[in-house]
Write a protein that binds this ligand. Sequence first.
Ligand code: NAP
Length: 314
Amino acid sequence: MTGRILDGNKIRDEIKAELADQIRDLKSVGVTPGLAAVLVGENPASQLYVRSKVKNCESLGLYSEKIELTADTTQPQLLELIDKLNRRDEIDGILVQLPLPPQIDSKVILGAVSPAKDVDGFHPVNVGQLVSGRPGLVPCTPAGIIEILVRSQIPIKGARAVVMGRSDIVGKPVAMLLLHNHATVTICHSRTRDLPLVASEADILVAAMGKAALVTGDFIKPGATVIDVGQNVLKTEEEVRRVFHDPTLPLQHLAAKGSVLVGDVQPEDMKEKSGAYTPVPGGVGPLTIAMLMANTVQAARLRRGLRTAAASQP
Ligand code: NAP
């Protein structure tokens, strides 16, 4: 059996097309949703993420602003900036790119973003809204995972879902969304006993651990839907040979590009044993930015008391 590919790029394009219509409607009533992306320091991966987020916003006709601060920025300085952005009417969404430098406590900063502009969905108020099933801003990657499942007609109601990883960014919120969509949910972490056995009971298996190809065929119930959130960069031939059963193509990729991206699930096993799966790259990743834009549009509506589009909750 070969699993059906759940094509994240295709789903992202569908969502972007829908958002373009919604943005046009908002503009017709004088509202241009605006996003401010704040980057502190010179982390190259963060620079790349922020650039891509801003570029995507612009391509959809959203207003966007990139604010870059030096790595020695203090916590009070960053708090002052957040305060200003909270007050600016043309800014609907504030995104603070993580990680922040060590002198800044990210929990304090994320807690200072107005919940109404918290397009990452990390503020305790939005976490509470999510847990209690109320409308609010939902973290982007988990919301994207639900979009993939729903738009691919994967039944969630009544399904056994196993989420591997319990982070505030992915594991916990996706478990909560699956629960609200009536799955029976198990959350696993580094102390879970017999992870392969627990995982193999899942109809929907979500891997969000940040461990390259840790999930092998014995974790996957034949025909299960596997959502691979992991993004792990392999940089050596040895790593590539360890991960792939047939390393021929990945080794060519490594030689040409200098690295190979792999998820938390062994790609060949996933393809062979699952009923449907998200590839890495091209699965969950593209949805994260799409949902950030969706949240910015949603925030613009919520702040003005306008009717909201369907969120990732039933
Ligand atoms: P994280 O904060 O490091 O959390 C990892 C979680 O995995 C923790 O709960 C940890 O358990 C658990 N874990 C680690 N090793 C394990 C093991 N051997 N067995 C069982 N559980 C284990 O990571 P994150 O931010 O959630 O990100 C997870 C992965 O998703 C990363 O690869 C990240 O790059 C990727 N990601 C992708 C996107 C995207 O857009 N595609 C977005 C966000 C994140 P403990 O709690 O017990 O330590």
